[in-house]
Design a protein around this ligand. Structure first.
Ligand SMILES: NC(=O)c1ccc[n+]([C@@H]2O[C@H](COP(=O)([O-])OP(=O)(O)OC[C@H]3O[C@@H](n4cnc5c(N)ncnc54)[C@H](O)[C@@H]3O)[C@@H](O)[C@H]2O)c1
Length: 250
């Protein structure tokens, strides 16, 4: 039986149709939250919303939105506040990768632009569109009015020359979250998590690196940290970057 500390609170998850976003939608809903999930993949988004509602009984609202487009993000935030009474927690998670291997000297301009606009600009646009309303919210027995959790990657710390643009976006996400924490204190906390990245197996093999905890991280490993960062147990933690990387982060 999980503690329902998100009862009466709303959550917004970007990239909520699959992966970590979907796992977090289940976890937040199980803790009592009504959840808006946004994604560009409409079919998968609808399917995820139905599955999470059926399993948890919570209101799960799918909204199709490209986080890299400011007009869509503003409309999405407006709709979110029509659907939910509040947004207590944002999981800024939507992200894409690019093909592994192209060095910074061989990367094409359109690849650079696309990944910057989704992974970095997208997180900024969503946080920016949300922060004024989030700051104005009040909750009983809570000194905070909201929580923002940004998804980075181990590639944002251990820079990877074969994932140059991705690494730059993720180091940018870490900076973004720290700046949000400074700007929004004391009302809103901002946390960052980074975990073993998509191409971890290839990277580890190439670099002959061993994960100290001897396994690749799972969706559940990440969701557990995101739930902690949204919970009453972490109200004095802000602007911190926490690695879910089996001991691999430098
Ligand atoms: N999988 C990993 O090993 C790993 C490691 C470190 C960090 N991450 C980060 O975790 C996050 C989620 O990754 P995942 O592994 O769950 O991947 P995923 O592909 O399963 O989920 C990402 C979701 O984001 C959506 N999305 C893509 N572009 C979008 C846009 N412009 N607007 C809205 N939604 C969009 C996708 O449709 C997808 O549903 C990403 O930010 C990724 O960089 C993943």
């Amino acid at each position: 039986m999980v503690e329902r500390f998100l009862e009466g609170r709303g959550a917004l998850i970007t990239g909520g149709a699959s992966g970590f976003g979907r796992g977090t939608a289940y976890a937040f809903a199980e803790r009592g939250a009504d959840v808006v999930i946004i994604d560009i993949n409409e079919e998968l988004l609808e399917e995820t919303a139905k599955k999470v509602t059926n399993k948890t009984g919570q209101k799960i609202i799918p909204i199709v939105c490209d986080v890299s487009k400011s007009v869509q993000v503003e409309a999405m935030v407006k709709q979110t506040y029509q659907e939910l009474e509040n947004v207590y927690v944002l999981f800024n998670n939507a992200g894409i990768g690019v093909a592994y291997g192209k060095t910074i000297c061989r990367l094409r301009e359109e690849q650079w632009d696309r990944i910057m606009s989704v992974n970095l600009k997208g997180q900024w646009l969503v946080a920016k569109s949300l922060c004024r309303k989030m700051k104005a919210q009040k909750f009983d027995n809570d000194t905070l009015s909201g929580r923002m959790i940004c998804n980075a990657s181990l590639a944002g710390i251990n820079l990877n020359p074969k994932l140059p643009a991705y690494s730059i976006t993720k180091i940018g996400v870490i900076a973004l979250a720290k700046l949000l924490a400074m700007t929004l204190a004391p009302n809103i906390t901002a946390g960052i998590y980074k975990d073993s990245e998509d191409v971890i197996k290839t990277v580890l093999k190439e670099a002959n690196v061993h994960i100290p905890l001897n396994r690749i991280g799972t969706v559940e490993d990440v969701v557990d940290l995101v739930v902690f960062l949204a919970s009453p147990a972490s109200t004095y933690i802000t602007g911190q970057c926490i690695a879910v990387a089996g001991g691999l982060a430098k």
